[in-house]
Design a protein around this ligand. Structure first.
Ligand SMILES: Nc1ncnc2c1ncn2[C@@H]1O[C@H](COP(=O)(O)OP(=O)(O)OP(=O)(O)O)[C@@H](O)[C@H]1O
Ligand SMILES: [Mg+2]
Length: 254
């Protein structure tokens, strides 16, 4: 349902590439995780999909249609986007922040409100307590939840999520990962989820695309990557994680 075909992106006229010859297919209802270190091109890849960044070359199809041959509003309506830096409007209430897309789409006030309240509830923020607060009156994790509610507000078919739990402590992150799994099961969205955390990738991804310096090293289910790493980079990534996990074994020593 999201098809990325030999896509490249250069920000400097071709001297270097943030994303290079990247191809990926994401099926309807699938969660695909883009996993990689800082600067490897994860955010750029997400932004290419909904035209926040224009392609240098290649094609992207969403629901079998070239993204450059559909209206921008129509494209963005079919794709919810959770930004890496959250980006809530500080002067607006939590409810109004969650209802921004419905407002852009011209929904009437009562319908906007009902939808925003429903979504705040879905992400675990009781509207009676949180709807009228300003973003600065929320914790970081609560703000991230509002960002997720906002991305879901117009019921998009697809969801792009850029390190949505990146800034959270381990316990809150674990809780929100569980909630995302529940939301995914309830709503059946196609999700492209960006993270640099292998354990998060394993928990959330139906498949994982390992990225390195703008390229994909390997795409597959976690068992494939673990048991049949295609490159030394993927092998090293998993062996590093295996060593980390071993520290949790009883009696393990660093
Ligand atoms: N607007 C831009 N102008 C110029 N260079 C950019 C721009 N956006 C990204 N880049 C460069 O492209 C490369 C990939 O950046 P990107 O933001 O996609 O990385 P990332 O994988 O999301 O990293 P992080 O995990 O730190 O968020 C980096 O070298 C970055 O400096
Ligand atoms: Mg990024």
């Amino acid at each position: 349902m999201i098809s990325i075909r030999d896509v490249s992106k250069s920000f400097d006229g071709g001297r270097s590439y943030a994303v290079a010859n990247l191809s990926l297919e994401v099926a309807q209802g699938e969660t695909l995780v883009l996993l990689g270190a800082s600067g490897c091109g994860k955010t750029t890849t997400l932004k290419l999909i909904n035209r926040l960044v224009p392609l240098t070359s290649g094609r992207v199809l969403v629901d079998d249609r070239d993204i450059n041959q559909q209206g921008l509003l129509e494209l963005r309506r079919s794709i919810g986007y959770v930004f890496q830096d959250i980006g809530l409007f500080p002067h607006m209430s939590v409810l109004d922040n969650a209802a921004i897309v419905p407002r852009l789409l011209g929904w009437d006030r009562a319908k906007r409100r009902e939808r925003a309240e429903q979504l705040l509830q879905l992400v675990g923020l009781a509207p009676s307590e949180y709807a009228s607060r300003r973003p600065r009156q929320l914790s970081g994790g609560q703000q991230q939840r509002v960002g997720i509610a906002r991305a879901l507000a117009s019921d998009p078919k697809h969801l792009l999520m850029d390190e949505p739990f990146g800034a959270l402590d381990a316990v809150t992150r674990d809780q929100l990962q569980g909630e995302l799994i529940r939301i995914k099961q309830t709503l059946g969205k196609t999700i492209v989820f960006v993270t640099h955390d292998l354990f998060e990738a394993i928990r959330l991804g139906d498949r994982i695309a390992v990225m390195n310096e703008g390229r994909i090293e390997q795409v597959g289910a976690k068992d494939e990557l673990l048991n049949h790493p295609a490159t030394p980079f993927v092998e090293e990534l998993f062996s590093h994680a295996t060593r980390q996990a071993a520290l949790l074994e009883p009696g393990a020593r660093a």
